[in-house]
Design a protein around this ligand. Structure first.
Ligand code: ZN
Length: 505
């Protein structure tokens, strides 16, 4: 077999794995959107079976031999070529996967599929004790996973690296600590300002759900999401998923007296779907056609949700339309009042409802708890109290119950420990990319005000999407902005926006 034939065999195997991954994505989406509760046990078995099938394929020793053949050839002479990028990233995925025994992968999938169902019940009842034994099992499996994967410095590094390749706990701790030092005094200045918005305009008035849904679809399409290649549905927890070329799915949830929740979660999930839709589709199923990391994925969702969707320019274009949809509700509201209301800084308990200023504090708390669980063996029964104490310290509020505290997120029930930091990294990456886009495209805000979002989407496609996994996240930010990731562009963005809004000195 020539190296070229070996590479073609690898492409064929990647395609078979991509088919199975798409089937898993469809089952996972259906579980959240359609599945009746009694289907949970059989669904968990199916998911575990498929996860095992994928695991067998990605750990097949023949794959290692094929990779070695291409690695030893001149097909990978240029390290940034498609072949070299695919082989480098396949090698990483292969090494990581072969460290996990198939039996372990199946056990993990079964525990987390069931864990998610029980978490849903526990959350509805506000009863942490229902979920605790499942969480104990899941954190135990996560610790075991860290040992299988291996790490240099601390076990948490291994879990973080699954979602943010090349990132380290130490670097995230440094970034978060610098950010927190700038953020907390800034938050207090905002809360102390005599000028305050009226968030009830968007959170406690009549917004008929059917009109919200139509408006959300219009907004997603305006930003560039292809309505013939995507679908919007309803689930408890908004998410986006990728079934394959031409099929991106996003979900939201509607409340008849809250405009913000559905609208901004749709913009957020649209940002994720735009990344998936604009990755090079001809490379679908190979690293050249895949997202860099969860942090970079989140940088895209946060860009469209916040940097675009909460900008004054965006609302210059959109507010007249929103007022046509809800004429009575917004009869007494003008553009600037509305713009201030959708940018209200209001410390609250729920991460997904958090404003741009407090959001990262919610992430820091989860990062601290996860490190305590994985590195220091924090017992599961101590998690709620630890959560509440940290929440008081960072956000300044007393958590009234576990529904609004430790039970609010699906992540731990799905085994995604090491995932949360990627949200805050996404905010930082997003702000740093966006500052660069604004400097490259001087008329960007004026374009938004005219309802033109294609210049930004084109810029993101050219500088970020088209590369797939060519660069690691920390390399990509240097390639695009000339600097390593820092909290400074994010803080500069917050100051430039919220300083005038709250008339800060
Ligand atoms: Zn997201």
């Amino acid at each position: 077999m020539t190296p070229q034939q070996a590479y073609e065999a690898l492409l064929q195997r990647a395609k078979e794995i991509a088919y199975l991954n798409s089937v898993q994505a469809i089952l996972g989406w259906d579980q959240e959107v359609n599945m009746p509760a009694k289907g949970a046990a059989w669904r968990a078995e199916m998911q575990a079976y498929l996860a095992g099938q994928v695991h067998r394929k990605i750990t097949d020793p023949a794959l290692g031999d094929l990779l070695a053949q291409v690695e030893a050839s001149d097909l990978v002479a240029d390290p940034l070529s498609d072949v070299a990028v695919n082989v480098r990233e396949w090698r990483r995925d292969y090494e990581m996967a072969t460290r996990l025994p198939t039996e372990f992968v199946e056990r993990f999938a079964q525990a987390t599929s069931l864990g998610q169902q029980v978490w849903g019940e526990a959350r509805a009842k506000g009863d942490f004790s229902l979920f605790a034994p499942h969480l104990a099992q899941i954190t135990q499996l996560a610790r075991q996973k860290a040992e299988y994967l291996g790490y240099e410095d601390q076990p948490y590094d291994a879990l973080l690296d699954q979602f943010e390749p090349g990132e380290t706990t130490e670097n995230v701790q440094r970034l978060f600590s610098e950010l927190r030092q700038a953020l907390i005094p800034f938050l207090h200045a905002i809360l102390d300002s005599p000028v305050q918005p009226d968030p009830t305009i968007v959170e406690d008035r009549d917004y008929p759900i059917e009109r919200q849904r139509i408006l959300a679809e219009l907004a997603a399409a305006a930003l560039g999401l292809d309505p013939k290649a995507s679908r919007l549905d309803v689930s408890t927890h908004p998410f986006s998923t990728n079934f394959g070329p031409g099929d991106q799915r996003i979900t939201t949830r509607y409340h008849s007296r809250n405009f913000n929740d559905a609208f901004f979660s749709v913009l957020h999930e649209t940002g994720h779907a735009l990344y998936d839709q604009n990755l090079p589709q001809e490379h679908y199923g190979t690293p050249r056609g895949e997202a860099v990391s969860l942090g970079i994925h989140e940088s895209q969702s946060r860009t469209w949700e916040n940097l675009v969707g909460r900008s004054r320019a965006f609302w210059q274009y959109f507010f007249p339309l929103v007022r046509q949809f809800f004429p009575t509700t917004l009869a007494d509201v003008d553009l600037d009042t509305f713009y201030f209301a959708v940018n209200a800084v209001k410390p609250g308990f729920i991460r997904v409802d958090a404003d741009e200023v407090t959001y990262n504090l919610h992430i820091m708390l989860r990062f601290d708890i996860e490190r305590a669980i994985i590195n220091e063996g924090l017992p599961v029964e101590d998690i709620p109290a630890t959560w509440n104490a940290l929440f008081k310290e960072y956000v300044g509020l007393d958590v009234p119950d576990d529904r609004q505290g430790v039970l609010q997120d699906i992540h731990w029930s799905s085994g995604a420990i090491g995932y949360f930091p990627t949200y805050a990294l996404g905010n930082l990456y997003g702000a740093q990319f966006f500052a660069q886009a604004q400097s490259d495209l001087p008329g960007l805000q004026d374009a938004f005000a005219r309802g033109e979002f294609a210049p930004l989407l084109d810029w993101l496609r050219t500088h970020i999407h088209q590369h797939g996994r060519r660069y690691r996240a920390h390399e990509l930010v240097e390639v695009v902005t000339g600097k390593p990731l820092s909290h400074e562009p994010f803080m500069a963005y917050l100051r430039a926006k919220y300083g005038p809004l709250y008339q800060l000195p």
